[in-house]
Design a protein around this ligand. Structure first.
Ligand code: NAD
Length: 347
């Protein structure tokens, strides 16, 4: 049996995770799901946002499947006590330094994008973002009445390990890797370039290119189809991965994987959507696709990952969608969408 730590969380979290579990149970019968508390519900139930029992379960599992946490009710707590801080702590405890965010456009859903159809058609890219280093974590950092300071620091090891993951991803895709940086200004970027160039010798079939981040922000809007895998550091990746998501359009369709550590963490890119929680209209597709990434990256089960991804593509092609996909022919609620995808997975 493979052990999956399941964190449903707050808001729409339980609704969307239930549908992902439904689909996983259809494709695999050897998964043991252990439900754990985290976020606002954990604060209300046991008094802390990331209970030790949840951390222990996550660290002793084969993967963590996560819904979403947070909500207005807990917004006034001190920063370190808020649900969102639990997620940062979970990520750092798992040691997941690589965040993978696929942005694939469904050609039957081109109008979800704010860009023109001819620009977004066939876009299929993957942003690989460094997640545990750089300016969000480096010292010194401080703020006083006269000045404030943050530091962007990377070690060779930190760059090398994420670059290796990006090369491996490119190898399994269209074999194009674009490293995005600011090497004309930043020493850290210069080191990233040196190490990526060195590593590229081990991956002769992968075409490596470099792009300045300001240009990359423009190119993502102008011609996103040119990208296959984008590799970048933490701050640039934070911004570019959100921009890439918007090329696709709906937030309810986008999955993410955080890997590289002891245990991988899989979650939709959206939050707990308190405005629609409890109505069972949330789109579970992002979470179901996150479950597919979990099978691919943590359980090495490409066949079933593809089975789920193909079922989602088929549902969309046949004109089914949820409330967030305004123009689709057949509107389904959260459970109906999960049922349909699960059914197509076994056909
Ligand atoms: P959000 O992503 O929760 O919602 C933004 C908008 O998108 C809302 O209108 C929502 O209804 C809609 N939406 C989101 N997911 C959807 C889905 N699956 N189907 C249909 N519509 C969907 O962002 P927000 O409103 O800024 O944040 C709400 C709460 O979530 C906050 O407490 C925030 O801190 C938290 N949050 C948590 C995570 C996480 O758990 N990883 C990430 C982001 C935000």
């Amino acid at each position: 049996m493979k052990k999956i730590c399941v964190i449903k969380g707050d808001g729409i979290g339980p609704e969307i995770i239930d549908e992902a579990l439904k689909v996983l149970k259809v494709v695999r019968n050897d998964l043991e799901f252990n439900e754990c508390l985290m976020g606002g519900i954990a604060i209300d139930t046991v008094g802390e946002c990331l209970p030790q029992a949840t951390l222990d379960c996550a660290l002793s599992s084969d993967a963590v499947l996560f819904g979403a946490i947070g909500g207005e009710k807990w917004d006034n707590l001190a920063r370190e006590k808020r649900p969102e801080s639990a997620l940062l702590k979970l990520r750092s405890s798992l040691g997941v330094f690589a965040n993978l965010r696929p942005a694939k456009v469904y050609n039957d859903l081109l109008s979800l994008s704010s860009l023109k159809d001819e620009i977004v058609k066939d876009v299929d890219l993957l942003v690989v973002r460094e997640l545990t280093g750089g300016i969000y974590f480096s010292q010194p950092r401080y703020k006083n009445e006269n000045e404030a300071c943050n530091t962007m620091k990377y070690t060779k090891e930190e760059i090398y390990r994420i670059a290796k993951i990006a090369f491996e991803c490119a190898l399994k895709r269209r074999k194009k890797l674009c490293m995005v940086d600011k090497a004309n200004v930043l020493e850290t970027s210069a080191l990233w370039r040196e190490l990526c160039s060195e590593l590229s010798k081990e991956y002769p079939s992968v075409e490596l290119s470099f792009m300045y981040v300001d240009n990359a922000a423009m190119q993502l809007i102008k011609n996103p189809r040119q990208f296959d895998v984008i590799l970048t550091e933490n701050l640039f990746g934070d911004i570019l991965s959100d921009e890439a998501s918007m090329v696709v359009g709906s937030i309810g369709l986008l999955a993410s994987a955080s890997i590289g550590g002891k245990v991988g963490l899989y979650e939709p890119i959206h939050g707990s959507a308190p405005d629609i929680a409890g109505k069972f209209i949330a789109n579970p597709i992002a979470t179901i696709l996150s479950a597919a990434l979990m099978l691919r990256y943590s359980l090495n089960d490409e066949d079933n990952a593809l089975k789920i991804e193909n079922a989602v593509a088929r549902v969309i092609k046949d004109g089914y969608g949820c409330a967030d996909m305004s123009f689709v022919k057949h509107k389904l609620n959260t459970k109906e969408m999960g049922d349909l995808i699960a059914k197509l997975c076994v056909q």
